[in-house]
Design a protein around this ligand. Structure first.
Ligand SMILES: [Mg+2]
Length: 340
């Protein structure tokens, strides 16, 4: 069957308050690869995240273009997909083209509670936070105020919403003494209602110590990304989750981790050691988010993904995320940088 392909470069304006590793992100730049074979179409999003991805958008675009040209000529699309964002987007497009990515998605996600709304200071402030009705899980970022204030906010939230479970994320903000201070101010009864805390400390070893001392379930995010970035990292032979053992959950951000096949292998390895996995977004557009929702529903049917990032955008791309009222920009309105 005849193959053809297109590569689109999109630019989507962001909400004003998006700061990544100290830099304001005013627009999101990424690529959509579109594969066609006969009547079939497969798309994938390639969107390196500034401050987190090793590659920049231009590098990812060039590598994607190279891979698409080879694919149209009959070669394996993954042969030269080295950057994680490229490997993820192209593998997703190939999977969709082959009809292997199930259409079914669960669009339920874990709402990210806005930091401003819980940072009012007084203990009662967090209790007034609008947690969506019927919400069983919510996510809260920590580490921007004092550890003590964070603990007070968490306790107030859990007290005000007796059936709520929290996912916490400190993004490596604390030293071990600071993490201990957080735990000291947390009500002991609330520890089991914290599904996990991502990366409490700067050093992974301190995260493990903290988790052992406090009984708070630990999740790896940045540490997992760092592990897969090692130059000698090969999933098939070398990679063991041993170095990451002791955690309750792996937070898998495919754009930062790599191909769908690599994500699947990670999930399988995690499951073999009794570790949970959660698929999470790296500020993909509504197109990429929708595919992540499908991926999560397929690979981790019992897990609610962390995809509550669309409200950080000012528009969606091509596909409407259920319930979102943001305007939708069409792919055809974006720059088509290449077409075979
Ligand atoms: Mg995280």
């Amino acid at each position: 069957m005849t193959r053809s392909a297109s590569l689109y470069r999109y630019r989507l304006p962001m909400d004003t308050g998006v700061i990544l590793r100290g830099r304001r992100l005013t627009e999101r730049i990424g690529y959509i690869a579109e594969l066609r074979e006969g009547a079939r179409i497969g798309r994938g999003e390639i969107a390196p995240l500034p401050g987190f991805s090793v590659e920049c958008a231009d590098q990812a675009g060039q590598q994607s273009l190279h891979a698409l040209k080879r694919w149209v000529a009959g070669q394996d699309i993954m042969a030269c997909a080295r950057w994680p964002s490229v490997a993820f987007g192209l593998s997703m497009a190939a999977l969709e083209l082959q009809g292997e990515l199930p259409i079914t998605a669960r669009y339920q996600t874990v709402p990210l509670l806005s930091h401003e709304s819980v940072n009012a200071g007084a203990e009662g402030a967090a209790a007034n936070l609008s947690v969506p009705a019927d919400c069983r899980f919510a996510k809260l970022k920590l580490g921007r105020g004092s550890p003590q204030q964070d603990a007070i906010n968490v306790s107030a939230l859990l007290k005000a919403h007796p059936s709520l479970m929290l996912r916490l994320d400190a993004n490596c903000a604390w030293s071990l003494p600071q993490a201990r201070e957080f735990a000291r101010h947390l009500a002991p009864a609330h520890v089991s209602r914290i599904a996990f805390i991502e990366e409490p400390c700067q050093r992974p070893a301190d995260c493990l110590t903290f988790s052992k001392e406090t009984g708070l379930a630990l999740a790896w995010d940045e540490t997992l990304q760092a592990a897969v970035r090692q130059p000698d990292f090969t999933l098939d032979t070398d990679f063991r989750l041993d170095s990451l053992s002791g955690a309750n959950t792996l937070v898998i951000k495919p754009t930062l981790i790599g191909s769908v096949q690599r994500c699947i292998a990670l999930i399988r390895q995690a499951q073999q050691t009794g570790t949970k996995a959660v698929i999470s977004a790296s500020l993909e557009s509504s197109l990429g988010l929708t595919q992540l929702a499908r991926l999560s529903c397929w690979l981790l049917p019992g897990s609610v993904p962390g995809l509550d990032t669309l409200s950080l955008f000012r528009s969606q791309l091509e596909l409407t995320w259920p319930g979102s009222t943001l305007p939708v920009k069409l792919l055809q309105q974006q720059t088509r940088v290449w077409h075979s």
